[in-house]
Design a protein around this ligand. Structure first.
Ligand code: SF4
Ligand code: SF4
Length: 280
């Protein structure tokens, strides 16, 4: 999925990407241009600042430009981990988590890395680590069932009830997601399953859609909904990746809007909490 409000666009490709912060750049020597083996960096028209040919950079393996920059204007978003390498890091930190700590797999979309997450979840359980997975659920149903089996908590996004509107802003229809929600709602037993609804102004925040969403969740016999107000914390990442950000000037929903949204979910008997406030 490619949600147009995404706050982690660097996670939408399954590979590390170079990011360029123009504000930190001191373009007097252009060491990065000299070091790039692929001739992918050019000057912006009439400017000493840089333009990256993303069709080349998004296939780069060396990232030589990053090491050439002494101003930290260039960085690499993302890196590869082997399962055991990640487990070593988690185990190192496990002692600091306290009784309520654990591991949350988020994104981007953690279920894009199918074999990897299944293996890490298996090892987390073997090491007595509590786990939570946050996903769009736009995956094969059988795979989602395996995730449900291996994690302690599952958070699933529900972005819009109308498939055509859903497709406009995410790139895909919602049929598979609704089908998967029905499947995991039946199979979850006592396991915690939370529905997450990002509240995106002008996309899904109309009363009709919110009411339909609330009734759908209620009919699944679920009881927890977490609503997340749109924010623009990812805006600078779009600039650093040279991408357009459709929501660059969109204001966040007001507190009143979020409270009214919360009320819609509560009015059908759901427990609803805003943002990251804890339901406990
Ligand atoms: S990411 Fe690779 S191809 Fe792109 S500018 Fe840097 S070194 Fe060149
Ligand atoms: S090396 Fe760094 S500071 Fe110099 S031009 Fe490249 S990005 Fe800018």
């Amino acid at each position: 999925m490619y949600c147009s409000w995404c706050s982690n666009p660097e996670g939408q490709l399954l590979r590390p990407r170079v990011m360029y912060r123009e504000k930190k750049c001191l373009p007097t020597h252009h060491r990065c241009i000299d070091m790039c083996p692929n001739n992918a960096i050019h000057l912006k028209d009439g400017s000493p600042y840089l333009r990256f040919d993303r069709s080349i950079c998004d296939r780069c393996e060396s990232f030589d430009c990053v090491g050439a920059c002494f101003k930290q204007a260039l960085s690499i978003a993302g890196r590869y981990y082997a399962v055991d390498e990640l487990m070593r890091i988690l185990k190192r930190d496990q002692g600091f988590w306290g009784g309520e700590g654990g591991v949350t797999f988020s994104g981007g979309e953690p279920l894009l890395q199918e074999e990897f997450i299944l293996e890490v979840l298996k090892k987390c359980r073997a090491n007595y680590m509590h786990t939570a997975v946050e996903t769009s659920a736009y995956v094969e149903t059988d795979f989602l069932m395996e995730i449900l089996e291996r994690t302690d908590w599952l958070f699933i996004d529900l972005k819009h009830m109308d498939s055509a509107v859903h497709r406009e802003e995410t790139g895909v229809g919602n049929e598979l997601i609704l089908k998967n929600l029905e499947a995991v709602a039946i199979a979850r037993g006592e396991k915690r399953l939370v529905i997450r609804v990002p509240i995106i102004p002008g996309f899904n925040d109309d009363a009709e859609n919110l009411q339909a969403t609330a009734e759908f969740v209620r009919a699944l016999n679920l009881n927890e909904v977490n609503i997340l107000p749109f924010h623009r914390l990812g805006r600078s990442k779009y600039e650093q990746l040279g991408l357009e950000y459709k929501f660059a000037h969109q204001a966040a929903p007001s507190k009143e809007t979020m409270l009214a949204t919360k009320h819609i979910f509560e009015s059908v008997g759901l427990q609803c909490y805003i943002d990251f406030e804890t339901p406990f």
